[in-house]
Ligand binder design. Structure first.
Ligand code: AMP
Length: 281
């Protein structure tokens, strides 16, 4: 597995593969890898001839007072897992290489970045869009893999790839969950004691909405209320939002149940396309 730190080396490697007619897959991550990340990696390995995983904790997508400094970093364990998986190259640019002094250009996906996650985390999606475009430019993949777990991000990146003629085919992969239903997330390590149990309220809220949908309910307001009732019963949980929105615009009404909940100092998000099977694993 090649370990690459510069744009120049990333591009040289990719161009060499492309000249040989090989298809290149990219899996962007912030590290602290878990089985959710590895499912994206597995999909890329299966569909592409070469797979590059980027690990970069992107300061631009964290707001003031968010968890950039304490975000879990475990590069050695991540590299071991990626080597074991059979990844061809890992791209780990430094913050200074990614954003040298004077680099003020930003990418914005309008409208989609104004609601839900975009509203709760001002500037977050601008940071995401900017880093993703830079990763696409460095690695020049044919395909890039994102998780449905971060549903609004996956939609935003799909639109960015199309709007800016990147030629990158964005593939969205299903959410991987713990056996009890909690969506895997690098931030789950923050959960302490009773918080881990409380965190199940996200899955229970999605399940409540899904059950209502399967019983024939189609009113987005009623479905959202079913989620909020579950969350309201949890004293440790403070919801930022729980809505049922359109999958393209992330505005209501629609059939995508989305929610963000704070549990202690940890902010968790999850979503589910109502009517589809919602299983723990
Ligand atoms: P992150 O390192 O949190 O930025 O995530 C990197 C990629 O992995 C993103 O495309 C995420 O949506 C995806 N991902 C994170 N958690 C999961 C999960 N539980 N299931 C599937 N994909 C995930």
């Amino acid at each position: 597995m090649r370990e690459i730190e510069t744009v120049r080396d990333a591009r040289a490697e990719s161009e060499a593969w492309r000249r040989r007619g090989l298809r290149v897959g990219l899996v962007p991550t912030m590290g602290a890898l878990h089985a959710g990340h590895l499912s994206l990696v597995g999909r890329s390995l299966a569909e592409c001839d070469r797979t590059v995983v980027s690990i970069f904790v992107n300061p631009l997508q964290f707001g003031p007072g968010e968890d950039f400094e304490r975000y879990p970093r475990q590069l050695d364990a991540d590299l071991a897992a990626l080597r074991e998986a059979g990844v061809d190259a890992v791209y780990t640019p430094s913050v200074d290489a990614m954003y040298p002094a004077g680099a003020t250009t930003r990418v914005r996906v309008a409208e989609l970045d104004e609601v839900l996650e975009g509203e709760c985390r001002p500037g977050h999606f601008e940071g995401v869009a900017t880093v993703v475009l830079k990763l696409f430019e460095a690695v020049r993949p044919h395909r890039a893999y994102f998780g449905q777990k971060d549903g609004q991000q996956a939609r935003l990146v799909t639109r960015l790839a199309r709007d800016l003629d990147t030629g990158v085919d964005v593939v969205v992969c299903p959410t991987v969950r713990e056996p009890d239903g909690l969506a895997l997330s690098s931030r789950n390590v923050y959960l302490r004691g009773a918080e881990r149990e409380t965190a199940l309220c996200l899955f229970r809220a999605l399940t409540a909405a899904n059950d209502r949908w399967l019983a024939g309910e189609r009113d987005a307001g009623v479905l959202a209320r079913a989620m909020r009732e579950v969350l309201a019963a949890e004293p440790l949980a403070r919801p930022d939002y729980a809505e049922v929105v359109d999958e393209e615009t992330f505005r209501g009404p629609g059939r995508l149940a989305v929610l963000a909940v704070r549990i202690g100092g940890t902010r968790l998000i999850d979503n589910h396309r109502l009517g589809e099977p919602l299983t723990a694993t």
